[in-house]
Design a binder for this molecule. Structure first.
Ligand SMILES: NC(=O)c1ccc[n+]([C@@H]2O[C@H](COP(=O)([O-])OP(=O)(O)OC[C@H]3O[C@@H](n4cnc5c(N)ncnc54)[C@H](OP(=O)(O)O)[C@@H]3O)[C@@H](O)[C@H]2O)c1
Length: 240
């Protein structure tokens, strides 16, 4: 990636966790940022600097979310997008033999259909900029117990990025980053009690810096996990 100053950057799922950290970091570097979430603007506005444009785009409805993002690009006259980090994600813990069909649809909508529809909606702006699309996948793309459809969605993202990398070769970068477990609120939201294993998770600051570093390299696919955690413990990235 070029210098972050004045770049147009889209970050989905900026209200919490990894997305929030990335919004903070790129905003400090002077980028123009659009971020999204499922909350109303009133509920989250105070989290972000004035320079960050927030839009409510609930990914349980992928088409509506993609249309809202496209409309915001138009209203801000973003003909070019230098970097799109499609980070919003959610999962549920369940026994795959008794998964509720609505939860299955939601998991696929948020984690797979939405990233695909948003990618396609913004691809003209990415291609015009010679930009970079980065999906935040998960090590669960290889399969994670009690998270079968989430794992399937993340594996789907992986396949999608492999295909786009071929389609876009030489014109724009399509990347997927697969983080390992990070200390965010995602597990609580998923009703997943992580008390006994949380000490193994990567602190959010360390994970976010490692993700940002991989974004700047643009290599795909890439995993961010235990090595970043160990490296971070030597470099003092543990604060907050
Ligand atoms: N945490 C981990 O251990 C881990 C490991 C591997 C991969 N990941 C992936 O990393 C990414 C970030 O996760 P995180 O850990 O930072 O989780 P997080 O703290 O829960 O943040 C997820 C973000 O996505 C948003 N989001 C959730 N459902 C949405 C929906 N229906 N429509 C729009 N936005 C929605 C959340 O909004 P709200 O603020 O409303 O919840 C939040 O802004 C996800 O793609 C996740 O799958 C996480």
């Amino acid at each position: 990636m070029r210098n972050n100053t004045m770049l147009n950057i889209l970050i989905t799922g900026g209200t919490d966790g990894l997305g929030f950290k990335l919004v903070e970091s790129y905003a400090k570097k002077g980028a123009n940022i659009i971020t999204t979430g499922r909350e109303t603007e009133n509920n989250v506005r105070q989290k972000f600097p004035d320079s960050v444009k927030y839009i409510q785009a609930d990914q349980t409805n992928p088409r509506a979310a993609a249309e809202k993002i496209s409309a915001t690009f138009q209203s801000l006259n973003w003909t070019k997008c230098d970097l799109a980090i499609l980070n919003a994600g959610a999962g549920y813990v369940y026994d795959p033999f008794s998964e509720d069909i609505n939860k299955l649809k939601e998991t696929l909508a948020v984690n797979l259909y939405s990233p695909i529809q948003i990618s396609l909606a913004i691809s003209p702006a990415l291609l015009l900029a010679g930009g970079q699309l980065t999906l935040i996948g998960s090590v669960a793309h290889k399969g994670a117990e009690k998270f079968a459809s989430y794992s399937a969605a993340k594996a789907g993202q992986h396949g999608f990025i492999r295909a786009l990398s071929e389609e876009w070769r030489g014109r724009a970068i399509a990347q997927i980053i697969h983080p390992g477990a990070m200390m965010t609120n995602m597990h609580t939201k998923a009703d997943f009690n992580t008390d006994k294993i949380r000490f193994l998770f990567t602190p959010l600051n360390i994970a976010a810096r490692a993700v940002e570093r991989q974004i700047s390299k643009g290599i795909t696919p890439v995993t961010v996990g235990i090595r970043s955690r160990i490296r971070g413990s030597f470099t003092g990235w543990r604060n907050n």
